[in-house]
Design a protein around this ligand. Structure first.
Ligand code: GLN
Length: 197
């Protein structure tokens, strides 16, 4: 499986390493023609306004939308913001996924935190069901999901931190910053099943 990682800004290299650990072929994407022949794409964490502005300057917005209409895309943190239809402010977005996202919902950088989550969907790649250690860095929240978008994970108080809608996945935490590769395995499987549709 060939998975691209949007490499305009943010922690793309950690995603490249995680993809290689799970046996996928990882490619950095900076130009539209680098999307060709990929089975899926990860949009990393970083600064969503910067990612959006660079994607617009490099004429990637439309090619990324066209890619997402056919293939799997996973956004982590800033990437989840960029994938959303609504963030209730003006900034360049892909506007693909039917989720409403609130940026910086936990406060400033110093309010970053880590927490163990129970994520039943990961049972698809590992039936042991071990809690998932999630790292939140100036994270957004998924305020609500619409249409057929499903909630995959919440904080203990019910706030939404991961969602899926068909071939689109959004996590507001950073699986690429741990050595627990279940989310990368999950996304490779999502990309495989999208390719086989
Ligand atoms: N705060 C960033 C934003 O709003 C996201 C932070 C991250 O990706 N870790 O774009």
């Amino acid at each position: 499986m060939k998975i691209g990682v949007l490499a305009l800004q943010g922690d793309f290299i950690e995603h490249v390493h995680a993809l290689r650990r799970v046996g996928a072929e990882a490619r950095e994407v900076r130009l539209p023609d680098q999307l060709e022949a990929l089975d899926g794409l990860i949009i990393p964490g970083g600064e969503s306004t910067t990612i959006g502005k660079l994607a617009s300057d490099f004429e990637l917005l439309e090619p990324l939308r066209a890619f997402g209409r056919q293939k799997a895309i996973w956004g982590t943190c800033a990437g989840a913001i960029f994938l959303a239809k609504d963030v209730r402010r003006e900034q360049p977005l892909l506007e693909l996924m039917d989720i409403t996202v609130a940026r910086n919902a936990f406060g400033r950088q110093v309010n970053s935190f880590e927490v163990d989550l129970n994520i039943p969907a990961l049972g698809a790649v590992d039936p042991r069901g071990t809690p998932y250690h999630a790292i939140f860095i100036r994270a957004p929240l998924i305020e609500s999901v619409q249409k057929d978008a499903e909630i995959l994970a919440t904080l203990p108080d019910g706030r939404i931190v991961a969602a899926r809608q068909g071939c689109w996945l959004a996590t507001v935490f950073h699986p690429e910053l741990t050595l627990d590769d279940r989310f990368h395995q999950y996304f490779v499987e999502m990309s495989r099943s999208t390719r086989n549709l």
